[in-house]
Write a protein that binds this ligand. Sequence first.
Ligand code: TYD
Ligand code: MG
Length: 461
Amino acid sequence: MARPKIEFICQNCGTSHSQWAGKCDGCGEWNTLTEGNPLAGVGGGPGRNAARGREVALYSLDGEIEEAPRFQSDIGELDRATGGGFVHGSAILLGGEPGIGKSTILMQASVALAKSGHRVVYVSGEEAVAQVRLRAKRLGADAAPVLLAAETNVEDILATLNGIEKPSLVILDSVQTLWTSTVDSAPGTVSQVRSSAQLLIRYAKQTGTAIILVGHVTKDGQIAGPRVVEHMVDAVLYFEGDGSHNFRILRTVKNRFGPTDEIGVFEMTGEGLQEVANPSELFLGERNRVSPGAAVFAGMEGTRPVLVEIQALVAPSTLGTPRRAVVGWDNARLSMVLAVLEAHCGVRLGSHDIYLNVAGGYRVNEPAADLAVAAALVSSLTGLALPDNSVYFGEISLSGMVRPVAQADARLKEAQKLGFTRASLASGARKTVAVSGLELNEIEELRELVVQLADRKPQGQ
Ligand code: TYD
Ligand code: MG
């Protein structure tokens, strides 16, 4: 009999190796390879002598389609992030750092669904039933008919689920604690997580029950679990936030049934997570209008405008290599903006330390923030505060030009709604934008903005 093939799987990134090694070729981590049999378990492929395949039907692209049937949790921000509610039979991965509030949001969703007549099963592999009850009590929702279980074995969970009337939603908190007897590695390893997730996803597809798998992710997002099941599930949501701030963002990074880039915004309070209907008000809440180095960026998250303050501090450096520190934005993007300011606008920053921060612990992913960053940097360097009624957005090209960005209308409307009266943006906007009542400061080249900012009197504009 042929010897079973053995492979070594990295517990960090899931790369498989034919030989054991101290360091993983895939991610460069040390001591992460463990032995596994690629053909064993549910996650494995068919044996080498698989029977001949059967023919499957082929279809044309045009044909009957049905809108995916959904059910809503009535937590508006959560339904927005899932693209309009949970799709029956779909599998969702909810990732996030430990302690960010994943169990809390899911308990709130379970309670809301149970109250509107849905059958919801909450399987906790991390907390005992009493602990889960305690949280529900704290949320003021202990009377809701949610079915609880504290279990980690997938076969037991499936037997339980098959023994009751079909639930609408099953929550598994968390995928790292699950284990199946078809694989003989420890819970939390790549093969266990992958196989357990696969069994549960198959259950979802077969029965039409939606499932949510919770996955813990560390700060750098590199831990066995969430990453290896991302491709298997229909939707991936990440719950983000910053320990020192109370707001949390539910971000959709993949959705087979709806748009990605949508966000839901919540605030963590003593009684659980509260929805934040207008995030801009939250992020601009503590704005200091008179200090130099702060610019308001009119950003977008999916279809939703979000105004945030970008803060820059430029100070002469005592170090040979000046410091560049960025929180909430892309480091490489800052270097690019600095290079353009130096090369095309005569702004010398080579001997200055530069700190850039997006207020409120928020993270900006758009290149459209370039113009706001440049304005904040110049303002800090000159020591002159920017006009407090102004927003900035636009992408800066390496040649020093300001490029228009998408959804200018929505950005301007939001700015106007929050009382801003002036917007600095790429030229050509007047022709395309339908917002009236806002003064548009069109900028073709970044140099023009630098001249405008440097020419101002300390108090006026
Ligand atoms: P939790 O949902 O347990 O996080 P996760 O499942 O992502 O690990 O949330 C834990 C944190 O949330 C904990 O630090 C306490 C805080 N919290 C509140 O501030 N208010 C509340 O009502 C609840 C239930 C938790
Ligand atoms: Mg938890």
